[in-house]
Design a protein around this ligand. Structure first.
Ligand code: GLA
Length: 350
């Protein structure tokens, strides 16, 4: 769980903003809710010097000092690069300098690397992807092995299968998210087929959250957060943490939904029933099962789950994770009215 600069700031990101975001994450209770990574996306890089060392641009005068500052807040710092000669934003990538870069990030105190395919397709084919990611995976291990390795390859090249073998911890299942319901829903609901790959230390990454960026309603952002939690995906906020409404804050810090996302069993949730524009998803938890009733239509609909569809037998106690209320014990299943583009998310158990 953490934050990434891209969705809100694109390449207009600098040292001062990153420090302020870290401050905000502590002050607004997100750190207490479990968020810890502050990830700088594209836009920190500059050119290489004569020794091949990748320099930072003037927006980031001292990365080591920035990492120390973020660590002093009890948080972690992430960085971004590409296996290609340039990043998607046209900045310098790690091509041919993998070991040198991994060593430098380790010296800075970096905790997380998002490694984005981008211009790597100019020098390699998709069939080479595994070996290319392996090269950085080995460089990170050689440099100390403490950096979370995020594969950003837009769902390509079967990374779900081989990612853990090259040292990966998460993999992008789809293309880039936009702050719009259709984009979020397309990406989010597509995760069901990949649930089988999920296990502790190897997570689906449907991209960073757009919660709070303004393009969706609160109902739609609750659907967004629920879908990500149902598959145990990283919750990487992408809004400006220095100012958000109480409603957005409540969505990002809903401890019951976060507990589903972070469940220790580390199993993937998936679609267990579908009817018209409604879907039922279930995720086995360490204790009990998370069940989500989604309505993809635009007007309210009744959505029902049969316990048998969710792999459950007998009477189940039902708790609503967005209204924070116990709904009693139900014998065969449960039905609820779900708003258009909305969700009812439950924890079920006996
Ligand atoms: C790609 C990635 C995004 C972001 C940008 C940065 O599009 O998928 O998440 O990192 O590059 O340029």
């Amino acid at each position: 769980m953490g934050w990434n600069s891209w969705n809100k700031f694109r390449t207009r990101i600098d040292d001062k903003t990153v420090r302020e975001i870290a401050d905000a994450m502590v002050a607004n209770g997100m750190k207490d809710a479990g968020y810890q990574y502050i990830n700088i996306d594209d836009g920190w890089e500059w050119k290489r010097d004569e020794s091949g060392k990748l320099l930072t641009n003037p927006n980031f005068p001292d990365m080591k000092a920035l990492a120390a500052y973020v660590h002093s807040k009890g948080l972690k710092l992430g960085i971004y690069s590409s296996p290609g000669p340039t990043t998607c934003g046209g900045y310098t990538g790690s091509y041919g300098h993998e070991e040198q870069d991994a060593k430098m990030w380790t010296e800075w105190g970096i905790d997380y690397l998002k490694y984005d395919w981008c211009s790597a397709s100019r020098v390699w084919k998709d069939e080479d992807m595994r070996a290319v990611y392996q090269r950085m995976g080995e460089a990170l291990r050689k440099a100390g092995g403490k950096i979370v390795f995020s594969l950003c390859q837009y769902g390509r090249a079967g990374a779900g299968e081989w990612g853990p073998l090259v040292g990966g911890n998460l993999w992008r299942t789809t293309g880039d998210i936009r702050d719009a319901y259709d984009s979020m829903a397309t990406i989010g609901f597509a995760m069901s087929d990949n649930a089988k790959f999920t296990r502790p230390g190897w997570w689906l990454d449907p991209d960073m959250l757009e919660v709070g960026n303004g393009g969706m309603s609160a109902t739609e952002y609750r659907t967004h957060m629920s879908l990500w939690a149902m598959v145990g995906s990283p919750l990487i906020a992408g809004n400006d943490l220095r100012g958000m409404t109480p409603e957005i804050h409540d969505i990002l810090t809903n401890k019951e939904v976060i507990a589903v996302d972070q469940d220790r069993a580390g199993k993937g949730g998936h679609r267990v029933a579908q009817s018209g524009e409604t879907e039922v998803w279930a995720r086995p938890l360490e204790h009990g099962t998370a069940v989500a009733l989604f309505n993809k239509g635009t007007s309210e609909a009744e959505v029902s789950v049969k316990w048998a569809d969710a792999g459950l037998k007998g009477k189940q106690k039902v708790r609503d994770l967005w209204s924070h209320s116990d709904l009693g014990s139900k014998a065969d299943g449960f039905s609820a009215k779900v708003p258009g583009h909305g969700v009812v998310m439950l924890r079920v158990g006996n």
